[in-house]
Design a protein around this ligand. Structure first.
Ligand code: GLN
Length: 392
């Protein structure tokens, strides 16, 4: 029987996250693959969700999201990044950042339009670009001399052309942990303006930048001339440790948000009625919450970095996110996919090969990603097991 799946989706199999989490369950391995925390988010948020659930907030919320969450999203962006968005018309609540990215691409790209992105890219980007019939133009991030991922500015310039419709920027960046610098973002901004392209920014890790990062978080929309051409996306999943809630948002000038809304309303229409008021509560938590969240993950980053270094990996220190990438070459590895498929059997740990996030698979062939959003005792167990790798 011929494959019933449309041709443009055939290159996409089961996501690597689902494959690796299933492998972890099957083998009983410590799962440092898929990025989800193993503890719950803030108690006030959970209590607000329970109250909303019992309090009858269980029917369709308004299409753009409940007013109190849109107001909280706008207030949060003003408070942390000095960005002003009108909660009525410039903020849209979505089914996670994933839906916001998909709706933005589907809303803005005609078939054949080009989307500039950085590789390794988050896997849903490639699929959403394909669904829109658009064409991705990836620019490769390479580990530089001090382990910081960087790109060749000439390659970025070369990726832009007359068909460029938008650029997708994810900073802090999954899977590399890279935080784009002001200079890097300024080049993106210059090219967007020169080629009259939109920007879609995925900032789900906006609160996960470590104190030793070279640059603080800088939303692209804060650069001169960029607010008017940027759809800025984030979500509650990472910041409030509730990845299963799938409450995200897109902010931008009204014409762009309106375009995204018109697509979004036919994807899910709405989602998460009782969770929306709870996320509004979470966004308004004091600075102490955000600082403790970052500090907790920074300590766990350092714990995993030293565990991986002890186990013999070539470790690349992330400045943000809750992921670390590591080179398997010092352990005799030559292919991350093979390495990750055999890792549970060899030492009982699951990681994710990052080569699946590249068009140029060779650029990522020897790199694997570990998530450190896990309890310290889980990371300690994983480090112990990984130390056994060389002997296995
Ligand atoms: N964003 C998470 C990760 O990168 C999980 C994504 C997913 O399961 N689709 O691991």
């Amino acid at each position: 029987m011929t494959d019933p799946l449309v041709r443009r989706m055939r290159p996409f199999g089961t996501t690597i996250f689902a494959e690796m989490s299933a492998l972890a369950v099957r083998t009983g391995a410590v799962n440092l693959g898929q990025g989800f925390p193993d503890t719950d988010g803030p108690a006030q948020m959970l209590a607000a969700a329970a109250e909303a659930l019992r309090g009858g907030r269980n029917q369709y919320p308004p299409g753009p999201g409940i007013p109190e969450l849109r107001a909280a999203v706008a207030a949060h962006q003003r408070r942390f990044w000095g960005l002003e968005y009108d909660p009525d018309g410039e903020v849209l609540i979505t089914a996670g950042a994933t839906e916001a990215v998909a709706a933005a691409i589907l809303a803005l790209c005609e078939p054949g339009d080009e989307v500039v992105c950085f590789e390794p890219y988050y896997d849903s980007y490639a699929a959403s670009i394909a669904l829109a019939g658009a064409v991705r133009r990836p620019v490769t991030l390479y580990p530089g001399p001090e382990g910081r991922y960087q790109f060749d500015p000439a390659a970025l310039r070369a990726a832009f052309g007359p068909r460029t419709r938008l650029v997708l920027v994810n900073s802090p960046h999954n899977p590399t942990g890279k935080v784009f610098t002001r200079e890097e973002l300024a080049l993106v901004a210059r090219l967007c303006q020169e080629f009259d392209a939109y920007a879609v920014t995925d900032e789900v890790y906006e609160h996960l930048i470590f104190t030793d990062a070279a640059t603080p978080h800088l939303p692209l929309a804060t650069l001169p001339g960029m607010r008017e051409r940027t759809v800025r996306i984030s979500s509650a999943g990472k910041t409030f440790s509730c990845t299963g809630w799938k409450i995200g948002w897109a902010s931008g000038p009204a014409p762009l948000v309106s375009a995204v809304t018109r697509v979004k309303q036919f994807l899910t229409y709405v989602n998460g009625a009782p969770l929306q008021p709870a996320v509004a509560v979470a966004l308004g938590l004091g600075d102490d919450y955000y600082t403790a969240f970052r500090d907790g993950l920074q300590a766990r980053r350092d714990q995993l970095l030293s565990g991986l270094a002890d186990a013999g990996f070539g470790v690349l220190r992330p400045e943000g996110t809750y992921f670390v990438t590591a080179d398997i070459t010092p352990l005799g590895g030559t292919d991350g996919v093979e390495f990750c498929r055999s890792l549970p059997e060899r030492c009982g740990v699951v990681a994710v090969p990052t080569q699946v996030f590249y068009d140029d698979a060779d650029a990522g062939r020897r790199l694997v990603r570990f998530a450190f959003c896990k309890r310290p005792e889980v990371l300690a167990e994983a480090a112990d097991r990984l130390r056994g790798y060389a002997k296995s």
